[in-house]
Design a protein around this ligand. Structure first.
Ligand SMILES: O=C1O[C@H](COP(=O)(O)O)[C@@H](O)[C@H](O)[C@H]1O
Length: 225
């Protein structure tokens, strides 16, 4: 699998350039489509990119934003990826975008995935996907040793898969690898020497051992120490 690796002198330059590239991708796709879907990660890495991207000059009213994965916790929780989105991406100009939820309050994730997946069906293929990666080489919530890892990696996987994993403190839902991998533009955001070593270490491993490998083909990987 081949991907483009872009190394930046520092995190600030990465953030500015990546936000510009995503905005450029969205503008380019909006020239030919009525609406474009953008999927983004949660966790600790993407916040600064959201802070820049939210001010991008484009027709956000035609952008459908969703998460790559969600931790099954209420939006009030510090661990809610939806909360991060609302606070740092869906503000300023990007407040015009439509949020497609990956969480349903009061339901369990195993029953909620079918209905949540239905709302995403018409968005495929996704226009732009930004992904993160954990030190254990998980991406979205596709974790090594997760209970439904094989299902999430299956080319015939459903759109959304519930997931429980030793490395995840709460149940999750995740877009499946084929949905993420099928995006028209793919970006992966990685900060730090330890994650770069993890990415290098993923080379030659199976997708089960290194789920990041399931989404790298044709992606741009953005890295800064
Ligand atoms: O739990 C998650 O982890 C990954 C990586 O997060 P980071 O904090 O190491 O940047 C993230 O991509 C994923 O969306 C999130 O749910």
């Amino acid at each position: 699998m081949s991907y483009e690796f872009i190394e930046y002198p520092d995190r600030e330059m990465l953030v500015i350039d990546l936000a510009n590239q995503i905005a450029g991708d969205l503008r380019a796709l909006l020239r030919h489509e009525d609406r474009v879907a953008l999927a983004v990660p949660g966790g600790t890495s993407p916040g600064p990119v959201f802070d820049d991207l939210c001010a991008a000059d484009l027709d956000w009213s035609r952008v459908d934003v969703m998460l790559s994965d969600e931790r099954w916790v209420p939006e009030q929780s510090e661990r809610s990826n939806t909360r991060l989105l609302r606070e740092r991406l869906l503000v300023e100009r990007a407040a015009q975008a439509r949020l497609l939820p990956l969480y349903a309050d009061g339901q369990d994730c195993d029953t909620a995935v079918a209905a949540l997946g239905e709302t995403i069906k018409n968005e495929l293929p996704l226009g732009v996907v930004l992904l993160g990666m954990g030190l254990d080489m998980h991406t979205a919530s596709i974790f090594p040793e997760a209970d439904r890892l094989d299902e999430a990696l299956d080319p015939k996987a459903p759109i959304l898969v519930p997931m429980r994993a030793p490395g995840a403190p709460e149940p999750r839902v995740t877009l499946s690898a084929q949905v993420l991998n099928g995006a028209l533009r793919k970006h992966v955001l990685i900060f730090g020497a330890d994650k770069r070593a993890a990415l290098d270490g993923a080379r030659g491993l199976s997708e089960r051992d290194a789920p990041i490998n399931a989404v790298l083909s044709g992606a741009k990987v953005h890295w800064a120490a």
